[in-house]
Ligand binder design. Sequence first.
Ligand code: ME8
Length: 653
Amino acid sequence: MNKGTYYVTTPIYYPSAKLHIGHTYTTVAADVLARFKRFTGYDVQFLTGTDEHGEKIQKAAEAKGMTPKAYVDDIVRDIKEIWKSMDISYDIFIRTTDDHHVKAVQGIFQRLYDQGDIYKSEYEGWYCTPCESFWTDTQLKEGNLCPDCGRPAHLAKEEAYFFKLSKYQDRLIKYYEEHPEICFPDSRRNEMLNNFLKPGLEDLCVSRTTFNWGIPVPFDPKHVIYVWIDALSNYITGLGYGSDNTEKYEKYWPANVHIMAKEIIRFHTIIWPAMLMALDEPLPKLVYGHGWIMFGDDKMSKSKGNIVYPEPLIERYGLDALKYFLLREFTFGYDGTYTNRIFINRFNADLSNDLGNLVSRSISMIEKYNDGIIPEAKAVTELDQELRGLATSAAARVEDAIDKLQFHQALEEIWKVIRRVNKYIDETTPWILAKDEANKDRLDTVMYHLADSIRIISILLKPFMEATSSKIWVQLGIKGDEGISWEDASLFGQLPVGIKVQRGDVLFPRLETEKEIEELERVNADYFKKINGVPEEKEALKVEPKAEITIDDFDKIDIRAAKVIKAEKHPKADKLLVLQLQVGDETRQVVSGIAAHYKPEDMVGKTVLLLANLKPVKLRGVESQGMILAASHEDKLVLGTVDGEIIPGAQLS
Ligand code: ME8
C-alpha cells in the first residue's frame, strides 16, 4: 500500500568537531520517523548531511595545518561511520561540498540576482564571528552580545550582496497567520512573529569577502555565498533541484518536516521560507524545533568537558537502549537534562524490569507449563478481553503521537501496554493455575494472551528498536519477520497456535545502579579525553608575593564596577586604548594598555573593575583618571570583571 510520499530532514551538521548525543538525538528522531512512515506504507526520503563551508571550518582546518577539504573529509568519514553503527536509515547524505550542490547554489544565487532579489551594497553592522551573523542594534543583547550565542559582537564593514528579505516580510507574516501549523512548538512561532517578523526585517547580507572557504558568487568570485544560503538550499539540492535530474525534487518536495533544535529555528522560519518564496517554490509543511539536551543548567560544551558521545553508551548498553533513552526521557520540543543516573534508572526501570522481564517471564512460563508450545486460547474471560482492547488499540495512539512528533508519548503508550501485561500476569497467577490440571484451559488461555500481547508490543516497538523487536519475534518462535505489518498490531490472535518459543538471551540485563553509575562516569570521562585530549598539566605559576597588608590598608583602595560606554584607540600610542567609563553618575576617562588584547569595539558594554582613587596622570598626553584591573601572564592578558549584572559604580570590598 502506498500512502504517498514523506520527506524528513535533519539539519546538516557542521563537521567542525565530533558529533555528540545532541546531534544523535535529532538524527535518531528523524530516523524513527522515517522508519515509522516506511513501515506504515509511505514512500520516504530521509535526508541528513554536513554543512562544510564557512569561516569557522576554515579556521579549524588552519589550526590543524590542513586544507579545509581534507579536514572536513576526515570528519565526514567519521560522521558516516557513526550513522552506520547506529543503523541510521538515511536515503540522502548531502555534503555542501558536493559538486551538484555547489552548482545548484550558484544557480540559485544567480537567479535571485537576475530577478533583483539580491543586490550589491556595503554592510556595516555588528558581526558575531562564531555565528557568522550580522545583527542590528535592536537585535543585540545588552552589552552588544550576540542574541544567538551570547558572545560579544563587534562592528564590521564590508562590500556585500544583500537578499531583499524585507520584501517578503508581509508575505511571511500572512503565511504564518494562515498556516499556524507550519512551526512547532507554538511558542517558537509566536517568538518569530513577535520578535523578528513584526518589528521589521532588514535585508540580509548574503556574501562574505573576509574568508574564502565557501561557494564563490558566480559573477563576482571574490565573494563567497553566505553559509546559511548555502546550507539551507541543501534541502532541495539534495533532491536534485537545480540539476539535470529533478525527478526526486518534483516527487518529494515540499518537505513534510524539517527537524532541528530551537537555536536554528529562526533561519528555517524566516530566511528559508523567504528564499523559497523568491524562487517561487512551495514552503515546507512543518519546521519542528526540539529542545536542547542540557547538563545541569549548561548546554554541552567542550570547554566545560561535559559532552557525552553516543559511542560508549552504545558499546555498553546497546544501540536500542540509547535510542529508547533519548526519545523517552526528553519531551520532544522541550529542554531536558542528561545525567548518567537518569540513563541508568531508565535502563533498569523501563527496559530491564518492564520489557525485559515481561519477555523472559512469559517465555519461561510457556516452556514450563506447555513445553514451549503456544497453546490455544479456549477459556477467554472479561479480563482477557480488556487486555486485548488495550493492546490492539495502542497502535492508533502510537501512530497519532508519532505523527505529532511526540516520541516520548508514543513510547509511553507502548509502555502502558507492557505494564498492563505484567499486571495481567500478577492478576492471573499462572503458577497457581498450574497446580491443578482442571485449570489447563485457563492456563493455556493466559499463556496465549501473554504471547500474543508480546507480539503486538514487538510490532509497536519496531520503528524505535528494530533489533529488540526482531529478538522478541525470534523468541516467540516466529521465523522471519518480513511478513509483519503495522496493521497486525491492531489485531488480536495473529500468533499461530502450535509454534514453539525459543528462549534467547536476556534482552536488557539489570544493572547495579550505584556501581554502574560510577563505572559510566569513568567510561564517559575516558572517552571525552580520548576524543579531545587531556588538557596539558601546566606547572603552577610562582609569583613573588607582596608584603602583608591589614584590612585598613585595603580600605584605602576604592575599586568599582564600571561600565565601558565608549572606547577608542589612543591617538598617539598603539598599545593604549582610551575608555570612557560610567561610574555611578559620573563618566571617567581611563587610558589602558590593553590594545594588543582588546579591540575598542569589543570593550563597549563590558563591566570592568576600576581602581577609582588612583591619582590621575597623563599618558602620552591623554588624562587617565584611574586604572582598570587585568590579570596577565607572559603575553596573555584578561580583564578583571564581575560575575553578572551590577549597577555601574558599585564598590568592591
Ligand atoms: O547548526 N541538544 O549545525 P550544528 C539537542 N550547520 N540537539 C542538539 C544539541 C543539544 N545539546 N547540540 C546539537 C548547524 N544539537 C548548521 C545547520 S541546517 C540547514 C544548518 C543538534 O552542527 C540540533 O539538531 O551546530 C541542532 O539544531 C543541531 O544539532 C546543530 O548542529
